[in-house]
Design a protein around this ligand. Structure first.
Ligand code: G
Ligand code: G
Ligand code: NA
Ligand code: MN
Length: 254
């Protein structure tokens, strides 16, 4: 069966799952959000990685349906957190190019927030720079609407794209996620350290929050803490896991 036909069938059969990975404050590692990561479990116990089917779904138009499922599941999760007294934790959703360009994302998020009674700010969106490059005018308009609705927007994999200073200062984006490529050797390699220092300074100069992805070792965490990064995410703290395991690992409310 062709991949897109398999995805369509998997949606019908409700085979997809979300795993979650917390994003934590650097200073005390308190969780501030959980990022949704799409999982497609297979009979052999493994799963098909998202990058093996999301780009195909973009081309076939199936991304609309898949993205709607992810958003609804994210809203359900935000409602579960609120019901458990943890509405201090936001739910972050990755949004692909087709989802961002082809649809009314702000409207869709607002309808879900109303339906599930979510507080303002309960959902965050993560985008890559390439998503914004496709149709810059539409992107700016969509970002402004999201910001008005209180939906925080993060630029994912930051540093691997084409952002210029002038572009960044105009962009209605709240958060930069430093790509794990730069974080990997930040405490061991002068070039990686210089790049991360520059990205942190750049983001802070335009009032953004900085998140470091892919933090795997205590040395990286220490470096990021000493160099003013705001938040961290990675295997040092958390593996992506189903909701119950993630919830149990969130730690106390602060
Ligand atoms: O979870 P993992 O490391 O395998 O994710 C691989 C890539 O797939 C990452 O770039 C991640 O952002 C992306 N991804 C994971 N879940 C989703 C999703 O629900 N929607 C979109 N568009 N991308 C996702
Ligand atoms: O592109 P995006 O940042 O959304 O990708 C998220 C992916 O990164 C997820 O698939 C997740 O499994 C992976 N990831 C999360 N933390 C770490 C980490 O500490 N190290 C590595 N190598 N991958 C990570
Ligand atoms: Na992401
Ligand atoms: Mn990333």
């Amino acid at each position: 069966l062709a991949m897109t036909a398999r995805v369509r069938r998997a949606l019908e059969r409700r085979e997809f799952r979300l795993h979650f990975q917390p994003i934590r404050r650097v200073a005390d590692t308190a969780a501030v959000a959980i990022e949704c990561l799409l999982r497609w479990p297979q009979p052999d116990g493994g799963f098909v990685p998202p990058l093996a089917f999301i780009p195909l779904c973009e081309r076939s138009g199936l991304i609309g349906e898949l993205g709607r499922w992810v958003l609804r599941e994210a809203a359900t999760t935000a409602a579960r957190l609120a019901a458990a007294g943890r509405d201090d934790i936001a739910v972050a959703v990755n949004v692909s190019a087709g989802q961002f360009a082809g649809r009314d994302l702000p409207g869709e998020i607002q309808r879900l927030a109303d339906e599930f009674g979510l507080r303002r700010g309960a959902l965050h969106v993560e985008l890559t720079e390439s998503v914004l490059m496709d149709r810059p005018d539409h992107a700016m308009d969509t970002l402004r609407r999201l910001q008005r609705q209180g939906v925080r927007v993060a630029l994912d994999d930051f540093g691997t794209g084409y952002s210029s200073m002038s572009y960044l200062s105009d962009l209605p984006v709240d958060t930069l996620k430093i790509d794990r490529m730069f974080v990997a050797r930040v405490d061991a390699d002068a070039r990686s350290a210089a790049i991360c220092r520059a990205l942190i300074a750049l983001g802070h100069s335009v009032g953004m929050t900085l998140v470091a992805e892919g933090v795997e070792h205590a040395g990286q965490h220490r470096w990021l803490s000493e160099n003013g990064c705001d938040q961290v995410q990675g295997f040092l703290f958390d593996r992506p896991q189903p909701f119950d395991e993630t919830f149990a690992a969130l730690g106390g409310q602060r």
